[in-house]
Each structure stands twice: as C-alpha cells, then as structure tokens.
Design a protein around this ligand. Structure first.
Ligand SMILES: NC(=O)c1ccc[n+]([C@@H]2O[C@H](COP(=O)([O-])OP(=O)(O)OC[C@H]3O[C@@H](n4cnc5c(N)ncnc54)[C@H](OP(=O)(O)O)[C@@H]3O)[C@@H](O)[C@H]2O)c1
Length: 346
C-alpha cells in the first residue's frame, strides 16, 4: 500500500520532458510563466480508460439539453453505442434545428422529448413517457446525464440578483429537480447519474461568479448524492469539462454583446461611475476573446460521459481539459490560496 502511494505521488515529478506553460489568465493577458515537469500520464482530454465495460444491451438513458453542444453529440454517440436514448430538448416544441436533426435519424432508439429542466410539469411528463416506454419499467432507467446548462458573465457588482437566480435555476436547481424525479427509476436499475459540471465547479474566476456558484453547487450535490447512493448500487460521476467554448453554443459573441448591453443599462449608477466605461468594455472584450478560445474537439467530454455510463468502475470525477487547465485546477485546489492567487489571479 505504502509503495503504491509513493509511486503515485512521485509519478508526475519523475517524468520528463520538461515543458514551459504560461500560468497566466489565458483570456486576461499574459502574467508570466513557470517551468514544470510534464507528467507522462495523460490528464484531461487524452486520459485513457479501462477496457472492461458493461454491455450496453437494451439500457436506456436520458440526456438533458440535447438541442446543441455536448448534449446533441452525446445523444448521437450513445445511440451509436446501442443505448435507447431519450434526448431532452428545450426547444422540441419550437422545432429547433438540433431536434430536427436528431429526429431525422428516424430511430426507435433515439427519441427526443420536450424538456425544460426548470419546469416541474415537463420533468414529470418525461418521467411518465420514459416509464411507459421502458420494456420493463420494474428494471428502471439505466442512466441520467444532467447536461442542460446556461452561462453568463459579469463581475459581482455588475450582476443582478435576477441573473444569479436565472443561471442557478437551470444549472443547479434543474439538475437537482431532474435527478430527484428520476432517482426512483435509476435506483431500480442500480444505474448511473452523470452530472456535467465544469472546471468552473472546481476553481473560481473573475467575472464568472453567476456560473461558478452553480457549478460548485452541482459538485456538492453530486458528492452528497454519491455517498447516499453508494449502498443502493447507484454510481454518481461528475464530468468537469475545461474550455470547449468554441465548439458549443454556450457563448457566442452576439450573446456576449446582448448580455453586456443589458448589464450596462441595469447596473446601479454608483457602480457605473466608480468602475467607468473603460473597465466595463475591457471586461466585455475579455469575454468576446474567450468565445473564440478552447478546444474544437468535444470527444474527450463525450468519451468521459460514455465511460461513466458503461464502465463497471466509473470514476468519481472526469477531467476532459487541456494541460493548462488541469495544472491550474491542481494548483488552485491543493495549494494555499495565497500562492495560487499570486500565480493566477493577481
Ligand atoms: N462548452 C464548454 O466549454 C463547457 C465547459 C464546461 C462545462 N460546460 C457545461 O456543459 C453543458 C452543456 O453545455 P454546452 O457547452 O454544450 O452548451 P450548449 O451548446 O449551449 O448546450 C446547452 C444545452 O442546454 C439547453 N438548455 C438551456 N436551458 C435549458 C433548460 N432550461 N432546460 C433544458 N435545456 C436547456 C440549451 O438549449 P438551447 O440551445 O435551446 O438554448 C442547449 O441545448 C452545460 O452544463 C455547461 O455548463 C460547457
């Protein structure tokens, strides 16, 4: 045991080659660099997974937020793996393009369902739809992937209470609401709950408080649920994607500008005067730059969720992210705040 621990702890430092990474706020401009040893084990996006997986058989899963982004790709991918996929879509009733594309597959095993995670009546309706479509409802539902989410930005003093509540309603309360409604079916199957959090659920950042607090909440909820479900045979995993902004619809320059216009109009006069327009414009510009950043390949996220649903031993946390964010996460979650603040924030 002691040998195993020593090997694990010493592994990163014993690996070469050395690599220089910029330890700056990527979207906030350069703030210096640091040398570190790149571990040969692969964190994040290129992590390799164990081979032993459960046969998918006729297992059914529900994925929320499938109109676009990760959810859309996941629905198609899990379908291709043989799952019966219920794809919850916010805009099914409005004929969103993503929904049309999923429906165009015309497969019995890929069914889109209208699902706004903020509306209890829609959630309950989907519970009934799924219960009545399962071959044997007594065997329950194998998987729930809480993926639906929204994001915004803004320093604390620029963010209205309505904005905080709006983001929490989808990301946090939506996750809690859907999970509570589906747990009876998931428990019967001794199945899986996979919650899509974010690197922003592990570390905070300037101008991101409305989003960070919801994802930190998802992390806490997932941990509590994991402890409670363990004796019941249900496994709970969290997937913490890094930056895939350019690959999904979470942000767009248009959306950033719309949020910014509304924010400036609504911000209290005293805040407007104290910070000034220049500060505000710089904050918005940083977010606009952020929209064009990140990885275009979402497969690390899709593979992480698939592993969490199919492996006999799913991980508690998955980190589909690049080295920069993986190292930053380790430093910000393990070193004293005085040190990590100095490296990344101040
Ligand atoms: N992209 C990244 O870099 C990144 C990083 C870390 C974590 N994440 C997380 O990954 C998840 C998926 O996001 P994404 O990046 O794939 O963005 P996305 O393309 O915008 O996908 C989010 C989906 O959730 C849907 N949605 C929004 N409000 C909803 C509601 N009330 N009920 C049901 N569905 C709702 C959206 O529908 P509409 O399209 O119709 O609005 C959209 O289809 C989110 O939880 C997000 O926080 C993303």
């Amino acid at each position: 045991m002691a040998t195993m621990l020593t090997a694990r702890l010493s592994r990163p430092l014993s690996q070469l080659p050395r690599k220089t990474l910029n330890f700056s706020e990527r979207e906030n401009g350069a703030r210096g660099s640091l040398l570190f040893y790149s571990p040969s084990f692969v964190p994040g996006s290129r992590r390799t997974y164990a081979d032993s997986v459960n046969p998918v058989g006729s297992k059914a899963v529900l994925v929320t937020g499938c109109d676009s982004g990760f959810g859309f790709s996941l629905a198609k991918h899990l379908h291709s793996k043989g799952f019966l996929v219920f794809a919850g879509c916010l805009m099914k009733d409005k004929g969103h393009d993503g929904v049309k594309e999923l429906d165009s597959l015309k497969s019995d095993r890929l069914r889109t369902v209208q699902l706004n995670v903020c509306k209890s009546e829609e959630v309950e309706k989907v519970v009934e739809t799924i219960r009545s479509s399962l071959q044997d409802p007594e065997k329950g539902l194998w998987g729930l992937v809480n993926n639906a989410g929204i994001s915004t930005f803004g320093d604390v003093e620029f963010t209205s209470m309505e904005t905080y509540k709006e983001v929490a309603e989808v990301n946090l309360w939506g996750t809690v609401r859907v999970t509570k409604s589906f747990l009876p079916l998931i428990r019967r199957a001794k199945g899986r709950v996979v919650n899509i959090s974010s690197i922003m659920g592990r570390l905070a950042n300037v101008s991101r408080s409305p989003y960070c607090i919801t994802k930190f909440g998802v992390e806490a909820f997932s941990d509590c649920l994991r402890y409670e479900m363990h004796p019941l045979g249900v496994k709970v995993s969290v997937v913490e994607p890094g930056n895939f902004i350019v690959a999904t619809s979470l942000y767009s320059p248009e959306r950033i500008r719309a949020i910014a216009t509304k924010m400036w109009e609504q911000v209290p006069e005293a805040v407007r005067q104290d910070y000034g327009r220049k500060y505000f414009d710089e904050m918005v510009a940083r977010m606009e730059n952020f929209c064009n950043s990140g990885s275009t390949d979402t497969s690390p996220v899709i593979n992480a969720v698939t592993h969490a649903l199919t492996s006999t031993t799913p991980y508690t946390r998955y980190h589909p992210m690049d080295y920069y964010w993986w190292v930053r996460m380790q430093i910000m979650t393990h070193l004293p705040g005085a040190i990590s603040d100095r490296i990344y924030i101040h």
